[in-house]
Design a protein around this ligand. Structure first.
Ligand code: ATP
Length: 514
């Protein structure tokens, strides 16, 4: 844990040093839980967006995009249930004065019990070797069974108290589980209170004419209220999806852990409209598609796992998270929700307009069911950064920091480095750069020794660096260095663009998705 917190700190300072992420409003001492993406951060972020958009929209003929406004009619948030139910239960520790989400405290307690089970299994695995049958062990070992039973009991109590909005019951559960504040170490807890997460503001310039509106807490509602616009204008046939990338705002109670939990963040959401009764089939389909999409980045399959929701949101009949192994442990990266026909029906009710689809195959009208995939862009950014960040010890006794970012996502694809700053080498290097700039993001660097320049490119994740030397002027060849292996090879200048396309182009990443 200690070591992992150190890793997060290292990533935060590396992000700042190289221009990935800065604390917002820093010269005014910052603003809690808001961050700015710097010159390299914006490139990586744009590439993550492109990976999502290309795989979701460009590669699915039945999914189209949308870009809706952040301000929306305030009644939308009544219809969606956010005004009444978009709350988090908060609890304070009276000694440390720290505030927590009550549900998160309980979830973390559950995680500890799960870790005990995992430890037990690992120990047995080592003891029994090849003959070990994990399923049988989990089904029969008394310690595992006792802990599994504990988990079930806690989950049931959590589900029933949170579901019934029984806040005293939630507090009692925290007390019964003897959960202590990680800061003060005491069990001196306040009451549990509900806290609405929506930011509100006023629209209208005439005094007295103002009305309260909200900054959207999710992008999904912009899709729902445009469902028929898109379906009709795009002549879409069910099943079809609408995808959107955009900002969302939540007044989070506990906003720590860097860009993992911010008050202003970006979501990449896709709502998939299906025939009623078919939603579970599509829910399973999208769960599978989405985990493949993550694993396809090559950041390590073991870094991902599913977590099925205990407490379902007011709109869902099934929900799972894809969790990622962040430096703080496994946490939610993406949510996949079967949202039923809740949202469209609510908008029918509150707007008085029909939001139905005429199914020409079934020859009937219905309100479609919806399966949603919703991934946080900033959490994706942190997952890529934290899995790529490596402090490597090298054979010669030195070390290097390298970001092994998947090449298609890297801020720069190639660095162009003239060996020295004279003899026409910079001119030749510039000439190569100008050619490549149409298709690739390229960095030119002529300062310092070549070794130092390589290290700088490693630290920002540039997958390739090319060196132009005197011989290049004679034979039109250059040296290309691979970031991850540090191996070098000599290739013709004329084949550089094709090389980069093959190794860093979108198809290098997208081709393995079906
Ligand atoms: P959590 O339980 O962590 O608060 P959530 O279940 O409320 O998240 P969703 O409403 O499902 O999150 O939102 C979809 C995705 O949006 C999340 O999986 C996450 O990646 C991202 N997200 C949600 N809240 C934040 C936030 N405050 N900062 C950054 N990303 C967020």
């Amino acid at each position: 844990m200690e070591q992992n917190q150190d890793k997060l700190k290292e990533i935060i300072s590396h992000s700042k040093e190289y221009g990935f992420i800065f604390p917002s409003s820093e010269i005014y001492d910052g603003l809690a839980a808001t961050y700015d993406y710097g010159q390299l951060g914006v490139e990586l972020k744009n590439n993550i967006k492109a990976y999502w958009w290309k795989s979701m929209v460009q590669m699915h003929s039945n999914i189209v995009g949308l870009d809706t406004s952040i301000f929306m009619h305030p009644t939308i948030w009544e219809a969606s249930g956010h005004v009444d139910a978009f709350n988090d239960p908060l609890i304070d520790n009276k000694d440390s004065k720290k505030r927590y989400r009550a549900d998160v405290l309980i979830e973390e307690h559950l995680e500890k019990i799960k870790q005990k089970i995992d430890k037990e299994v690992t120990k047995a695995k080592e003891r029994f070797g090849a003959a070990f049958d994990e399923d049988q062990f989990r089904a029969t070992n008394p310690n595992v069974l006792r802990n599994a039973e504990k988990i079930l009991t806690i989950e049931n109590r959590m589900r029933s108290t949170l579901g019934a909005n029984d806040l005293e019951g939630v507090r009692q559960l925290i007390i019964d589980l003897e959960i202590v504040c990680p800061v003060s170490g005491t069990k001196n807890w306040t009451e549990v209170r509900q806290f609405n997460l929506m930011f509100s503001t006023e629209m209208g310039s005439v005094a007295g004419d103002a009305s309260t509106i909200y900054l959207r807490p999710e992008t999904a509602q912009g899709i729902f209220v445009n469902f028929l616009n898109v379906q009709k204008s795009g002549r879409m046939k069910i099943p079809f999806g609408i995808a959107q990338i955009g900002k969302a705002f939540r007044n989070e109670i506990v906003a720590r852990q860097f860009i993992f939990r911010m008050r202003e963040f970006e979501q990449m959401e896709m709502q998939f409209f299906v025939q009623p009764g078919e939603e579970m089939k599509w829910y399973d389909y999208w769960k599978n598609q989405r985990i493949q999409w993550h694993k396809n980045l090559g950041l390590g399959d073991n870094n991902y796992r599913f977590h099925d929701h205990i407490k379902l949101a007011h709109y869902a009949n099934a929900a799972a998270d894809i969790e990622f192994n962040f430096p703080m442990g496994f946490k939610e990266l993406e949510g996949i929700h079967s949202r039923t026909d809740f949202d469209l029906k609510q908008h029918e009710k509150f707007s008085g307009k029909k939001l139905q689809y005429f199914d020409t195959v079934l020859n009937e009208n219905y309100v479609p069911f919806v399966v949603e995939t919703s991934v946080g862009l900033d959490r994706m950014f942190l997952s890529v950064l934290s899995a790529s960040f490596k402090n490597e010890a090298l054979e010669d006794g030195t070390s290097r920091i390298v970001l092994s970012i998947p090449p298609a996502l890297a801020p720069y694809k190639v660095a162009i480095l003239p060996l020295i700053k004279k003899d026409g080498l910079p001119e030749k290097a510039m000439e190569i750069m100008k050619e490549l700039q149409f298709d690739f993001s390229v960095q030119y660097d002529e300062k310092d020794s070549i070794g130092k320049r390589y290290r700088r490119q490693d630290a920002i994740g540039t997958p390739f660096a090319v060196t132009i030397d005197h011989q290049s002027l004679e034979d039109n060849m250059l040296t290309i260095r691979h970031r991850d292996t540090m191996l070098q090879e000599r290739i013709p200048i004329a084949s550089l663009a094709a090389f980069l396309t093959e190794k860093t182009g979108w198809s290098s990443l997208l081709k393995n998705l079906n």
